[in-house]
Design a protein around this ligand. Structure first.
Ligand code: ADP
Ligand code: ZN
Ligand code: ZN
Length: 701
C-alpha cells in the first residue's frame, strides 16, 4: 500500500509545468512536509502540497517514490502555503518557483541526515526566567494615541508620521505589548534596504534581548551567508525567534505565531522584487496579515499614493485606518521640520554646480561643528564623456546608453551591462586629445567640495572632511557600515552621496541637506516619477535637524536646500510646506482623470529578443490572440513599444502595457493569457525571442 502525494518542486518558469507533481510514498505525509524527490536525473527539495489524493492526475508517467523526508522539521503551515499560492497566482509565476524561492537556499542542498545534524547543533537558550521588563521611552501624546489605536482596532493601519516623529518607538512599543501579552506571538518587521537592518536590529536587541534573550531577534536579508539565513529561518519556523527583521524576502518567512507585521517606509520601491516573481512585499504583507488574523502597520512620512488612497475615510471606501503623527519628537507643535530653501539656478552663472549662497551656508555649518549632506542621484564623475570636435560620445557598444566616466580609476563603465574600458587618451573617432566630461555625478561633487571647503576649519581647528557614499564607494563587504559609522562618529563634515544616504538614517548632527539637481524627474515619462522625487526629497529633508536638542544648543536650524531651474514647480511648493497631503491630493486627482493607478490596474509584459521587431512582434501577436479570451473587453492592451533603454548587452527589449479598471478582470485575463503567450512563443515566426515575463502592478513604466 502506498500513498500518492502532490509535491511542489522548483520547475523552470517556462516549462509549462506549473502545478505540483505526483510522487509515491510508503507513509502518508501531512501537507507542508519537506521532502527530497527525484526530478529528472537530480534529487531536489519539494514541499508536500494540500491536494486531495483523488484529485491527482492518474498520469501516464510512472510515478516515482519520494527520496527522503526532512523529519525533525515541523511541516510548513497552511497559512504559509496559502500565501505562496496566492503570490504565484497573482504575480503569474509557477507555484514551484515561488515556494522554493521562499525557502532558504541552504535548505535545498541538505539531505535528511545533514539537516538532522544541523538541527542538533545547540542553539542559544532563552533566559530561564523572564528577564527585566524592557523600559521604553515615555511616549509622546501623539505616540501614545497611535499605540492605543493600534491596540484597539484591527487595521490595516497606515501610520503617516513625519520624519523624526518617532515611528520606530511606536513599533517597539506595539511589539513589546504584544509579545508580553502573548508568549507565542511572533512579529515581522520589514525595512526596504539591507543597510537599514543593522541599525534596526541594534535597537531591537538593546530593547528586547534583556527580556527575551538575544536569540529572540533574527534578521533575514540577502546580505547574509546561506548558513546565517538558514539559522534565522529555522529560528522563525520553530517559533523561537519572536521578532524577524528583514527586507522584502522576509515576507515569506515561516512564522507559525505571526500576529503583527510592520512595514517601515512602506512607500519604498525596494519592496517590489524586480526579477523572477515580481512581487510587492508590502502588498503581500497586507494579504498575509489578513489571512492570518495578524495586524499590519504600514509606516511612512510619504506614503505610496496607493496606500494613501486606501486610507481615505471609510465612508469614501477606504480600507486602511490612517494614523497621524505630524510632530517631530522634542519640537514644538508644527515646528522642527527643516526649512526648505529653493535656489533659482536660472539666476546663477552658467555651469554653476554649487550656488554661492549654498556654499556660504555649508561653510558656516561646518565651521560651527554641524554636518552637511549633499545628494545627487547619479554616481560616477560624469554621465558622458564627449569630444568637442566631432561630437563623439561615450556610448556603450552593447546598450542604448552612455558609459559613465569614473575618474578615480579612469574608466568608462556601462551601468547597464557592466562593460568597462580604460578612458581613451584621445577621441576614438577623430583623435582629438581634448575629450571632456558632460554633466556631473557624485565623484565630481566630491572633488569640487574638497576645493570649496579647503579653507573651512571645524571648531577643533581641523580641516573639513568630505566623504562620499554611493554604490561605488560601498562595494567592499562592510564598507557601507564603516562609512556610516564615520558619519555617526562625526568624522565626516560633508557627506556626498546618492539616494543611499537619503533614507532612514538617524544622523544626529546633520543640519543642512542639499539636493543639487533634482529636476530630471519633473518631466519624466514615468507617471510615478514625481511621487518618487517628492518622497526622496522629503526623506532627504528628514535627515536635517533630527536632534532638536542639538539644533537648539547650536542655535542652528535644520535646512533643506533645493537647487532647481523650476523653483515655482508645485512639487517644490508642497515640499516647502512639508505638505504631503496636498501633494498626494493633487497627484491623485491627476491620476483619477487620466485613469491611472490606483484608479486602474496594470500589468506590463516585457519581451527580449535579438531584434526589436521580434520582441514587439511577439507581444503584438499575443495581444491579438488574447482578444477572444473571456473578459478581454474589460482589459485594454496598448501596442508594444521599445523600453526606455531599449538595448542592454545586445539584447533588444520591448514592453506592452495592459490596463483595466477592474483588478479582478485583469487577473482573470492574465490567468487565461498565460497559455496564449506560451503558444505564441512556440510559433515559428517568433523564433529569436529570448524570454518574456509579466510584471503585475509594475512600478516603473
Ligand atoms: P522616525 O522613525 O519617525 O523618523 P525615530 O523613531 O527614529 O523617528 O525617532 C526619532 C528620534 O526621536 C530618535 O532618536 C528617537 O530615539 C527619539 N524619540 C522617539 N520617541 C521618543 C520619545 N517618546 N521620547 C524621547 N525621544 C524619542
Ligand atoms: Zn572626436
Ligand atoms: Zn552596456
Amino acid at each position: 500500500m502506498h500513498h500518492r502525494l502532490a509535491v511542489v518542486v522548483q520547475t523552470p518558469a517556462h516549462s509549462g509545468l506549473s502545478g505540483p507533481l505526483t510522487y509515491q510514498s510508503p507513509e502518508a505525509l501531512p501537507p507542508g512536509t519537506l521532502v527530497r524527490v527525484p526530478l529528472g536525473k537530480r534529487e531536489t527539495l519539494g514541499v508536500v502540497w494540500p491536494v486531495d489524493e483523488s484529485a491527482l492526475d492518474a498520469g501516464g508517467v510512472t510515478e516515482r517514490p519520494v527520496g527522503g523526508v526532512l523529519t525533525g522539521l515541523a511541516p510548513l503551515g497552511p497559512a504559509w502555503m496559502r500565501l505562496v499560492s496566492f503570490a504565484a497566482r497573482y504575480y503569474q509565476r509557477s507555484l514551484g518557483e515561488v515556494a522554493l524561492a521562499a525557502l532558504p537556499p541552504q535548505l535545498r542542498e541538505l539531505g535528511p541526515e545533514q539537516l538532522a545534524r544541523r538541527l542538533k547543533r545547540p542553539i542559544a537558550q532563552a533566559p530561564d526566567a523572564p528577564g527585566e521588563s524592557p523600559v521604553g521611552l515615555a511616549l509622546t501624546p501623539e505616540q501614545a494615541e497611535v499605540c492605543a489605536q493600534i491596540e484597539q482596532h484591527s487595521g490595516p493601519f497606515l501610520l503617516f508620521g513625519a520624519t523624526g516623529s518617532g515611528k520606530t518607538e511606536v513599533y517597539l512599543h506595539t511589539v513589546q505589548a504584544l509579545l508580553t501579552r502573548d508568549p507565542s506571538a511572533q512579529v515581522l518587521i520589514m525595512v526596504p534596504e539591507i543597510n537599514l537592518t543593522p541599525q534596526l536590529e541594534q535597537r531591537f536587541q538593546a530593547r528586547f534581548a534583556p527580556r527575551w534573550g538575544a536569540q529572540a531577534v533574527v534578521s533575514m536579508h540577502s546580505g547574509m551567508t546561506p548558513a546565517q539565513r538558514l539559522k534565522s529561518w529555522l529560528a522563525a519556523h520553530s517559533g523561537q525567534a519572536r521578532m524577524v527583521l528583514g527586507t522584502r524576502m522576509a515576507v515569506f518567512a515561516s512564522m507559525p505565531g505571526l500576529r503583527l507585521i510592520i512595514v517601515d517606509e512602506e512607500h519604498d520601491p525596494s519592496y517590489k522584487q524586480q526579477e523572477g516573481a515580481r512581487y510587492s512585499a508590502r502588498d503581500l504583507a497586507v494579504y498575509r496579515a489578513q489571512q492570518e488574523g495578524a495586524k499590519v502597520v504600514l509606516g511612512s512620512a510619504t506614503p505610496s499614493l496607493e496606500s494613501w488612497h486606501h486610507s481615505r475615510p471609510a465612508a469614501d471606501g477606504g480600507r486602511y485606518q490612517r494614523l497621524l503623527m505630524p510632530t517631530r519628537v522634542g519640537a514644538a507643535a508644527d515646528a522642527g521640520l527643516p526649512r526648505v530653501r529653493r535656489v533659482d539656478m536660472n539666476r546663477q552663472g552658467k555651469g554653476t554646480v554649487f550656488s554661492p549662497p549654498l556654499v556660504a551656508a555649508m561653510r558656516e555649518r561646518v565651521a560651527r561643528g554641524e554636518q552637511v549632506m549633499v545628494f545627487l542621484n547619479r554616481r560616477g564623475y560624469a554621465p558622458v564623456l564627449h569630444c568637442n570636435d566631432c561630437g563623439w560620445k561615450s556610448e556603450c557598444p552593447h546598450c542604448s546608453a552612455y558609459r559613465v566616466f569614473h575618474k578615480t580609476d579612469r574608466t568608462l563603465r556601462c551601468h547597464h551591462c557592466g562593460f568597462t574600458q580604460a578612458v581613451p587618451r584621445a577621441c576614438p573617432d577623430c583623435g582629438n586629445l581634448d575629450i571632456a566630461p558632460l554633466g556631473r555625478g557624485t565623484e565630481q561633487l566630491e572633488e569640487q567640495l574638497a576645493e570649496l571647503m579647503s579653507e573651512t576649519l571645524r571648531p577643533d581647528g581641523q580641516p573639513a572632511r568630505i566623504a562620499r557614499i554611493d554604490a561605488d564607494s560601498t562595494k567592499a563587504k562592510g564598507a557601507l557600515e564603516s562609512q556610516l559609522a564615520q558619519v555617526h562618529d562625526g568624522e565626516v563634515d560633508v557627506l556626498v552621496g546618492t539616494q543611499m544616504i537619503a533614507k532612514g538614517h538617524d544622523f544626529r548632527r546633520v543640519t543642512l541637506v542639499a539636493a543639487i539637481n533634482p529636476d530630471g524627474a519633473l518631466f519624466s515619462s514615468d507617471f510615478r516619477a514625481p511621487e518618487r522625487l517628492f518622497a526622496l526629497l522629503m526623506q532627504a529633508a528628514g535627515r536635517a535637524g533630527r536632534d532638536a536638542a542639538f539644533v537648539s544648543a547650536q542655535k542652528s536650524e535644520g535646512e533643506m536646500w533645493v537647487q532647481t531651474f523650476y523653483p515655482t514647480h508645485p512639487l517644490f511648493e508642497a515640499l516647502k510646506t512639508h505638505d504631503y497631503p496636498a501633494f498626494a491630493q493633487a497627484q491623485l486627482s491627476e491620476r483619477e482623470q487620466a485613469g491611472m493607478p490606483p484608479f486602474s490596474f496594470q500589468a506590463l509584459v516585457r519581451a527580449e529578443a535579438r531584434s526589436q521587431a521580434v520582441a514587439q512582434g511577439f507581444l503584438n501577436s499575443a495581444s491579438a490572440a488574447g482578444a477572444t479570451l473571456d473578459g478581454a473587453d474589460q482589459v485594454f492592451r496598448f501596442s508594444a513599444v521599445p523600453m526606455t533603454i531599449q538595448r542592454v548587452a545586445n539584447i533588444e527589449r520591448a514592453q506592452m502595457l495592459i490596463e483595466s479598471p477592474s483588478r479582478a478582470a485583469l487577473q482573470r485575463f492574465l490567468a487565461q493569457w498565460q497559455a496564449v503567450l506560451h503558444a505564441t512563443r512556440a510559433a515559428p515566426e517568433h523564433k529569436g525571442l529570448i524570454r518574456w515575463a509579466v510584471d503585475v502592478d509594475p512600478l516603473a513604466i
